[in-house]
Design a protein around this ligand. Sequence first.
Ligand SMILES: Cc1ncc(C[n+]2csc(CCOP(=O)(O)OP(=O)(O)O)c2C)c(N)n1
Ligand SMILES: CC(=O)[C@@H](O)[C@H](O)COP(=O)(O)O
Ligand SMILES: [Mg+2]
Length: 637
Amino acid sequence: MTILESIRQPRDLKALTEAELGELSDEIREFLVHAVARTGGHLGPNLGVVELTVALHRVFESPVDRILWDTGHQSYVHKLLTGRQDFSKLRGKGGLSGYPSREESEHDVIENSHASTALGWADGLAKARRVRGEKGHVVAVVGDGALTGGMAWEALNNIAAAKDRPLIVVVNDNERSYAPTIGGLANHLAALRTTDGYERVLAWGKHVLQRTPLVGPPVYEALHGAKKGFKDAFAPQGLFEDLGLKYVGPIDGHDIRAVESALRRAKRFHGPVLVHCITEKGRGYEPALAHEEDHFHTVGVMDPLTCAPLVPSGGPSWTSVFGEEIVRIGEEREDVVAITAAMLHPVGLAPFAERFPDRVWDVGIAEQHAAVSAAGLATGGLHPVVAVYATFLNRAFDQLLMDVALHRCGVTFVLDRAGVTGTDGPSHNGMWDMSVLQVVPGLRIAAPRDADQLRAQLREAVAVDDAPTLLRFPKESVGPAILAVDRIGGMDVLHRADDPEVLLVAVGVMAPVCLQAADLLQARGIRCTVVDPRWVKPVDPALPPLAARHRLVAVVEDNSRAAGVGSAVALALGDAEVDVPVRRFGIPEQFLAHAKRGEVLADIGLTPVDVAGRISTSLAAGESLAKQSPDAQEHQA
Ligand SMILES: Cc1ncc(C[n+]2csc(CCOP(=O)(O)OP(=O)(O)O)c2C)c(N)n1
Ligand SMILES: CC(=O)[C@@H](O)[C@H](O)COP(=O)(O)O
Ligand SMILES: [Mg+2]
């Protein structure tokens, strides 16, 4: 049995010797590389927190002491040490979540993967402990990237002022989000991190002294203390100390003894403490360290030796189509600029950044700032394109509404990972944008069905300079082109039939699902028209009169059913006095457990068979209804 296998719960760590702890760290890294290569997941971030997590669970008594993980993607080691070592179905249906999960363990608190929230949770938990007179520490682990999010500072502002409320903030500073973390904060962390002299002296001392048994360790401790003293005396007073936090660090986050020593000091301090740990994303796995783009922030299923992907990509991604087209637009329009929230490569803006380095900004994990600064850019005469994942735009709703839309700013939002993403769990599905944003006056929303439409609609969007525009597309590969057979108003007709009964409104990537459903219905003698509205907000004025020529309208969208495009179409029909029933197909109002996109779509009835089946049943019910007495009809309506 390996040491790792012997760890069933955190207290099993306490008896391990220093040598065994080193061995355990090696075993964990070995486990992570092979397990995550088999399933895909967040490899780099977890390789960077091995020693930090071991030290946390040796110093604190989880779950009495609450250990919170910001963003949660770096919680695999925490899971391994809290009784969860079956990673065979990590992020897969029925397997471990890729994030903390209360259902999995009493050691887990924050389940969502949206960054910069852990300090707020910690502030609330610490206040609750104070009010209820409960013992126990609250510890929040936050990355340097997550620390660039505004909410982290809202929380720090509260935490720092509470001198008598013990709360420990552990900054996991690996200098990166995906790419190197940007901004004044990153520069400040660097200033705290590198007073070169004592770092080099410390590194040398550690190297020499660790090879000098007996005398080595106490001398190393003394040297470590000297470094601390030197820093206190000469290094700049830190931003954190100026705020009122006790600052402990910088600590070598891969030296378990050093981290434990710092955490024990922090534990003794009866107030807010910040422990600054220096770590390396991808530590111990050369291919990750060599991967300059993101140190293997997320990896797909791959060969752990060669890092070659083992699942063939299904062709070009939506992201790459956007990335290429925005460069072409940038060539033609020098007023077009771009903003990313710490995800330059994942959202496809890297080619634009390479071509136009002065026209793209990484604002950190700060979607709210991205939206507001875009309002400033637009007001300054430019046309900003803000590229974020759909789920993360939720965070910037007010800024889109009150800063961009109210001021009628020509800003284009490009939402990647819209719809069901699946394996990243409930907080990553881009399933709310076409509902939440329905209420934004003047905002125009497009949902492209294929690459050609993405290119066309992106161009139409950046041509609007007096209102916000938005495109949204999913994570998967782009399918084949879907040609229109006609155009009605601004809508593309994808399929038509003589004397049609059903109008299928296919929203974006649901076009193939609707076309297949139309074929299934045709086989049952039910004739359909299939339209792609292209721009789903506002509803095309040609849609109600088209609907009036059918017996039933079905709107199919990869978005929440609640207040989505289906609801907007139903409202538009009502306003136009078109009395045709509307059936809404979308994502139910629930949080979707992690599973593959296809599995989730099948579970929620967004497949051609489900859509065709429900339409057929609906028509039949309508027919039987029509044959019944008027009051029976009234009742069922
Ligand atoms: C609000 C929000 N925006 C973007 C993301 C995407 N994201 C996930 S992890 C990550 C980088 C996090 O960097 P850091 O906090 O330093 O943690 P590390 O991965 O370095 O351990 C980003 C941008 C997110 N999870 N939440
Ligand atoms: C934790 C986080 O938010 C990101 O790392 C996200 O998991 C990446 O998702 P993709 O793998 O779809 O780019
Ligand atoms: Mg980081």
